[in-house]
Design a protein around this ligand. Structure first.
Ligand code: URA
Length: 418
């Protein structure tokens, strides 16, 4: 078997066999297939797609490319994953909430991908917070405080780790086979019995239409069933950024505010919808509206915030950042962007443009090893449905890169007016 032949087959829209897929995954993980060859293959998959059987085989091969965890000592573990978005800080709010309600949270999160952010990058904006814990440390933390959020360990679905980083820098992110196999391989390897997936659609998601999001959801649900993991998919709107802040520490600050009881309406909707399903899956209650009440209650009585503090402290983070969000480093330049037009109602706010502008300001990566500027990003001042007068402030740019401000201003205006 040869990688050149495998690339050629996919380039010619032929179906790959199970053993060809396994050959690629095993040898790429070992470093015996070069990045440029893997890049050619994922581009061919991106362009020509995969059958359901190929996607399942790819997922299983990726899940088996490293260790697979047994979390049975923690009871029923429910994992949550989003297919990605702009301003999506739901994990940071939701996981302490469900942990405060007694559901063990042992979650591995990802870094930013394409124009979307990643929870691990966000958590690292809290001084001292360690994301690269071992599995044993993660399990110990869950036993101690009920929650641990870490980065994907080197040996958990290592094929995905390599492919994820490669897709990020080769414009191969928005592909159903690649997203489904990436997410489900990690979830299967990470040992959760039950999985809740937030499948996003709209300008800020990889799936631009609801139909594509439904297709992605169906694909992941089928893989979950085959792997014996109860999988629920919730389709959510990501046509504008979620909440008001985009960028790593800016989003953590918004999440802390949410846990303190000041949660923005659209963020609250997603937190309640996903959270209520997680509680149901965990056997905490069948009635969705009662489950939503329970969630609001642990936010109101401060237990969810307390859980977040325990999480941060337990992973070496400085809790004073949570108590006083002024501790987060600020960007050197904080620049308002003014609206050049008036509108009765803002009817669009392109989240992908905002996500890309935020990356350009320093919040994302262009190359695999780029260092992120934790303070960079965008804080919106107007969202869809708001009235807009010429001269109103649309958003604030946060950056340390003076040379990027003018272009970011143009992009932000375009996101509202295009
Ligand atoms: N999240 C993942 O883990 N993988 C993807 O491909 C997209 C979102």
């Amino acid at each position: 078997m040869s990688i050149i032949e495998i690339i050629r087959k996919k380039q010619q829209k032929e179906e790959l066999t199970k053993s060809e897929i396994e050959y690629f995954v095993t040898n790429y993980t070992k470093g015996e297939i070069a990045d440029y060859q893997a890049a050619a293959l994922i581009m061919a998959i991106y362009l020509n797609g995969m059958t359901n059987e190929e996607i399942t085989n790819l997922t299983i091969a990726m899940a088996n490319s490293g260790e697979t965890l047994d979390l049975s000592s923690l009871g029923t573990v429910i994992d949550k994953h989003s297919t990605g978005g702009v301003g999506d800080k739901v994990t940071l709010i939701l996981m302490p909430v469900v942990a405060a309600l007694g559901i063990p949270v042992a979650k591995m999160s990802g870094r930013g991908l394409g124009f979307t952010g990643g929870t691990v990058d966000k958590l690292e904006s809290i001084k001292g917070y360690k994301t690269n814990l071992s599995i044993e440390e993660m399990i110990q933390n869950v036993k101690k405080v009920g929650i641990s959020l870490i980065s994907q360990t080197a040996n958990l679905a290592p094929a995905d780790k390599k492919l994820y980083a490669l897709r990020d820098v080769t414009s191969c992110t928005d592909s159903i086979p690649l997203i489904a196999s990436s997410i489900m391989s990690k979830k299967i390897a990470a040992g959760a019995n039950k999985i809740v997936l937030d499948v996003t659609y709209g300008s800020g998601a990889f799936m631009k239409t609801k139909e594509d999001a439904e297709k992605l959801a169906e694909t992941m649900k089928q893989i979950g069933e085959l792997a014996n993991r109860e999988t629920i998919c919730i389709i959510t709107d990501m046509d504008q950024p979620l909440g008001y802040s985009i960028g790593n520490s800016l989003e953590v600050i918004e999440a802390i505010e949410a846990l303190k009881g000041n949660m923005k309406k659209d963020v609250k909707h997603v937190v309640l919808t996903l959270g209520a399903e997680m509680l149901k899956l965990a056997g905490k209650g069948e009635d969705i509206s009662k489950n939503e009440e329970m969630i609001l209650q642990v936010i109101k009585n401060g237990k969810a915030l307390e859980k977040f503090k325990q999480l941060v402290q337990n992973q070496g983070g400085d809790v004073s950042y949570i108590e006083n969000t002024e501790m987060f480093g600020k960007a050197k330049y904080i620049v308002p962007v003014y609206s050049p037009i008036s509108k009765n109602k803002i009817n669009k706010l392109n989240a992908e443009i905002i996500g890309r502008a935020s990356c350009m300001l320093g919040a994302g990566r262009e190359k695999k090893d780029d260092k992120i500027d934790m303070a960079a990003g965008i804080v919106l001042n107007r969202k869809k449905g708001d009235e807009l007068k010429k001269g109103d402030i649309l958003a604030y740019i946060h950056t340390n890169r003076k040379d990027k401000i003018e272009e970011a201003e143009k992009q932000i205006i375009l996101a509202y007016t295009n």
